[in-house]
Design a protein around this ligand. Structure first.
Ligand code: MFK
Length: 560
């Protein structure tokens, strides 16, 4: 009988995930945990069962743009994959966007939501993208207290009825820049004839719009009075169809041919007179859209952690099924050592991403202190950038854990790696988010907030065996803050050059401290796996490579 390798399998992704279960047991009051547990177990079963199988069956399918109908009408319809159609229904029914707006569990509602998202995301081919933007749009409309749009749109964005539920887009990127959004060229011309308040018609090109099947979008455009830059832009609300069901001046030019997230229809759009209404006045468009950015960045962090978990779950299962050199890979010391390193990165990233989730829940429910709000501002860019980098690194190793099979498309494994590579890019690249952290340090006291957090978190570590790990985290914070001080004594340019290593170091220091606190909680209950993860994570290194070249030397090295 010739040999055939058994493929990796998944069980219930809630029940098999020690990290998720143990963190929820610490962070959620027991009565809330008991209430949400059936939902989590059910989502875990879907994620490891029906959805995982559907993903495999549907592996080769991609969305298609149909621009014309048989009679020559421009229709610009995007046909979605089976996984996406199923995911849309499930997401609405399970309240993946609705939960934090229903706020059944007060400040814990975000934790409830993101625990479900974490289970749902890896089995639904990036359907988290439209959900993240939908959540971000709802949050933005609520924060701006735009009652008319809350009544019209938020009710749809947060509906649990799949027939009524809307998704939102976030149309920001133009040819002038995905990062420097203040350069946007889209024009907003007043449309006094239209019924909407302060109606405008939008003209321009949006160059990279994810999930172009949305029912509405928040977007930026410049009115005739708007000056240059981000403050001269207006944040607009636009629906993709008018009341009669006709396209609202939104043309889909083509779908992007991307490295990964290929199930996600990302499009180039032409706005040709799309009727739109301002969300919050006619100025400060960039500032006004930041609630959306901060929510989608939180989704990004959670989905980075979820992606790592999926890769590790598959690689670990495979290690139990695959034998080489006379033993299962799961009995091979070097393979185990490799998997342990991945597990440590995942658990540390989990601790930081879900700390942001906790803070977001507290701030939204009005139960947060001013310190919590400041800390949320500081941790959101850090969590997004550091977890995304970890996801790419972990996924590269996951592929290697499968040997050649990890490089072959129909195993489904290469997609994990390609999809992970978007995580550090969209919603602000690593460098743009590092600069955002600098902005938050200068404007919003982010460094003080991080110092306070690290102090409180390490104070809560009661277990002496974890004391040295807390010392490592505190030393990393001192190092990063020393780099900033030294650079700021030189120049703004020198400070800017430090931003990435500062952000990555602070991110890993926070991850270590939060993981040590969790490990202390676990050790007190006789469980040592989180402590093992913390020890291993600290050994990977917390402090980024130090600055050795100044700005002029880097320029000489790179540019000659
Ligand atoms: C897995 C699920 C993930 C979900 C994925 C969703 C799909 C992805 C779709 C996309 O990728 S959409 C495009 C995403 N694009 C970005 O994220 C843009 C990246 N660029 C930035 O974030 C830049 O930092 C930014 C555009 C904000 C810089 O623009 P400006 O015009 O130079 O901003 P400026 O002047 O520094 O800031 C304007 C105001 O906003 C300031 O406040 P004031 O007006 O009061 O002074 C800033 O403090 C404030 N601000 C900026 N960023 C903020 C913020 N406030 C709070 N939080 C922030 N993050």
């Amino acid at each position: 009988m010739p040999f055939f390798q058994a493929p990796p399998r998944l069980g219930n992704q809630y029940e098999e995930d020690r990290v998720l279960r143990s963190h929820l047991a610490r962070a959620l009051p027991s009565e809330i945990l008991s209430e949400v547990l059936p939902e989590l177990a059910d989502m875990g079963a879907l994620a490891g069962g029906e959805l995982f199988e559907l993903q495999a069956e549907d592996r080769a399918a991609e969305p298609e743009l149909v621009q014309w109908d048989a009679w020559g009408n421009r229709v610009d319809r995007i046909e979605l994959t089976r996984v996406w159609r199923r995911a849309a229904t499930l997401a609405a029914e399970r309240g993946l966007v609705a939960i934090p707006y229903e706020r059944r569990h007060g400040r814990h509602s975000r934790l409830h939501q993101f625990a479900l998202v974490y289970l749902f995301d890896p089995s639904t081919d990036t359907y988290s993208c439209p959900l993240a933007m939908t959540d971000g749009a709802a949050r933005t409309l609520v924060e701006h207290k735009n009652d008319a749009l809350i009544a019209r749109a938020v009710t749809r964005l947060t509906s649990r009825d799949p027939r009524l539920a809307w998704t939102s887009g976030q149309w920001m990127t133009e040819r002038t820049g995905g990062s420097d959004v203040g350069l946007s060229e889209t024009e907003a011309r007043p449309a006094p004839d239209a019924a909407l308040p302060q109606a405008h018609r939008l003209y321009g090109t949006k160059w990279f719009t994810s999930a172009a099947t949305s029912d509405m979008a928040l977007t930026l455009a410049r009115t005739p009075e708007g000056g240059p830059g981000g403050s001269g832009l207006t944040l607009f609300y636009v629906e993709t169809y008018d009341e009669a069901g006709n396209k609202n001046g939104v043309l889909v030019n083509r779908l992007k041919d991307k490295l990964g997230t290929r199930k996600l229809p990302t499009a180039e759009l032409t706005l040709d007179g799309a009727l739109a209404t301002p969300v919050a006045g006619l100025q400060n468009g960039v500032r006004n859209i930041t609630p959306m950015l901060n929510v989608t960045r939180t989704w990004n962090a959670v989905c980075s952690v979820a992606a790592m978990r999926r890769g590790i779950a598959l690689a670990t299962d495979y290690a139990r099924r695959r034998s080489q050199f006379g033993a299962r890979l799961s009995d091979k010391p070097l393979h185990l050592d490799t998997l342990a390193g991945l597990a440590a990165e995942h658990e540390a990233a989990f601790a930081l991403a879900f700390r942001v989730v906790e803070l977001l829940g507290a701030v939204e429910s009005g139960e947060a202190t001013a310190d919590d709000s400041q800390l949320l501002r500081a941790l959101t860019p850090i969590a997004k950038l550091v977890t995304a980098k970890q996801a790419v690194a972990v996924m590269s190793e996951v592929l290697e854990c499968f040997g050649g099979a990890g490089y072959v498309e129909d195993t489904g494994i290469p997609r994990l790696y390609r999809d992970a590579q978007v995580l550090p890019i969209w919603e602000g690249t690593t460098n743009v988010l590092s600069l955002d952290l600098l902005r938050a340090i200068r404007k919003d006291g982010a460094l003080d907030a991080i110092e306070r957090e690290l102090f409180h978190v390490t104070e809560a570590v009661r277990e002496p065996r974890l004391g040295s790990l807390c010392d490592v985290a505190r030393a990393a914070l001192r190092t990063a803050s020393g780099w900033l001080t030294a650079a700021s004594q030189k120049s703004l340019l020198d400070t800017e050059a430090e931003a990435r290593r500062v952000a990555l170091t602070l991110g890993r220091a926070l991850e270590l401290a939060l993981l040590a606190r969790h490990a202390s909680f676990e050790l007190a209950r006789g469980r040592d796996r989180a402590a093992l993860a913390a020890r291993r994570f600290a050994a990977h290194g917390i402090i980024a490579p130090p600055p050795v070249l100044d700005v002029a030397e880097s320029a000489r090295l790179v540019l000659g």
